[in-house]
Write a protein that binds this ligand. Structure first.
Ligand code: ADP
Ligand code: MG
Length: 396
């Protein structure tokens, strides 16, 4: 990685302002953190700073308060969980800028941690406002961005603040960029991408960017319907948009020209309802009933995809194979997750829902890398610049 990291700058005795991604789900009634994955991912950087005598000032957004103070989106519950994980007290303050906050930060001792109040209580955050960025910058001597999941956004706490402070990457950002970068730049071969999910517009960018580097492209999820349509098959009520068909056609042509093998599902689980409220059945890809939607890949597809993936040395996975949130339609996604977990290969999982599926199945630790940044990981895989990374200082 060509950016300076927290290891490259002196931090002892310094006020280090760290952008973390503590946008975690909360229990509506008690305000307690229900999934602390993102907090845990930030611990290496926080511990590094504490161990090296920094005065640690953490800031994050939480939910979508849209520029107003929303009581249920205060950081108290997050601070409590972080404190449990660190085994040290974590201070909180009533705001994220202003004289009171500056005073509290000024009183921090080396190795102590304060968590600022939700930065999206100020509309200026998402507007990347200069005065607000400057107010944040007054709380640190050095800025560290460790919120990989928000690096695709140019906000005050990710980009604005870098204009006023020396700015470096945290250890999570470093880990994410290394893992995703290596997969794209020097993949062990065969290199396969397993793509599914619903948001075809996201996947179009990813597939377009990586196609020529692949040996194999496997397509499942809602996206598969578009490709079947190109082959002239009926897809019932599955969502297919016209411009996407043109794109899928182009991908099929490019795959052929670049000698990338493209595999589509040979069977599907279909149902008349996407929510599990109607019966489902398994059908061949060329026999999808007119009123049905594709809701998962079928068992024959799982077999053929598995046989191909077992030969691969690098697998990039983005997009669930079916509507995995419905227990009856989760088999394909679970089978692929389990297969990847067992492979002796580099396995990279990107995308918010795909990561969620892998975490829920308890398989996260058996993948090489599960990206914490849904949108950010996709932006990176699309070959686009991440503004929050671009704004950090380059290694000389
Ligand atoms: P990611 O967040 O991993 O990038 P997407 O956002 O593109 O993935 O898609 C995730 C969603 O895709 C999930 O909510 C899942 O239910 C949905 N999905 C998967 N397969 C299908 C399908 N066949 N039809 C409709 N939705 C699907
Ligand atoms: Mg998504």
């Amino acid at each position: 990685m060509d950016k300076l990291t927290v290891r490259d700058v002196p931090v002892r005795g310094k006020r280090v302002l760290v952008r973390v991604d503590f946008n975690v789900p909360l229990d509506k009634e008690r305000g307690a953190v229900t999934d602390d994955t993102r907090i845990k991912e930030s611990l290496p950087t926080i511990r590094y700073l504490m161990d090296n005598g920094a005065r640690v000032v953490l800031m994050s957004h939480l939910g979508r308060p849209d520029g107003k103070v929303v009581g249920s989106l205060r950081m108290g519950g997050v601070a409590k969980r972080l404190s449990e994980l660190l085994g040290k007290p974590v201070r909180t303050v009533a705001d994220c800028i202003g004289p009171e906050v500056e005073k509290a930060v000024g009183q921090l001792q080396a190795g102590e941690v304060v968590l600022l109040e939700n930065i999206r209580f100020h509309a200026e955050e998402e507007k990347n406002d200069a005065a607000f960025s400057q107010a944040l910058a007054r709380l640190g001597d050095v800025f560290v961005n460790d919120a990989f999941g928000t690096t695709h956004r140019a906000h005050a706490s990710t980009v604005g603040v870098t204009r006023y402070l020396p700015s470096v990457a945290g250890l999570l950002v470093e880990k994410e960029l290394k893992a995703l970068g290596q997969a794209l730049e020097e993949p062990a071969r065969p290199f396969a991408a397993l793509v599914g999910g619903a948001k075809i517009s996201d996947k179009m960018g990813v597939v377009g960017n990586i196609l020529k580097k692949l040996d194999l492209l496997l397509i499942g999820g809602g996206m598969a319907a578009t490709f079947l349509k190109v082959k002239g098959l009926e897809v019932g009520g599955s969502l297919v948009e016209v411009d996407r068909i043109v794109w899928a056609e182009k991908m099929m042509r490019e795959a052929e020209e670049s000698r990338v093998r493209l595999l589509l599902p040979v069977d599907f689980v279909v149902s008349e309802k996407p929510d599990g409220s109607a019966p489902s059945q398994t059908v061949r890809a060329n026999a999808i009933p007119a009123r049905s939607l594709v809701v998962d890949i079928g068992p024959e597809t799982v077999k053929s995809f598995s046989a191909e993936l077992r030969k691969c040395k690098t697998v990039l996975w983005n997009g669930p194979m079916g509507i995995f949130e419905v227990p009856g339609f989760a088999s394909g996604t679970r089978a692929m997750a389990e297969l990847l977990a067992g492979l002796n290969a580099t396995t990279i999982v990107g995308g918010g829902s795909t990561a969620e599926a892998v975490v829920n199945m308890g398989l996260k630790d058996r993948m090489t890398h599960v990206s914490t940044g849904g949108g950010a990981s996709l932006t990176f895989l699309e070959g686009e610049t991440l503004p929050g990374v671009a704004a950090l200082q380059d290694k000389k």
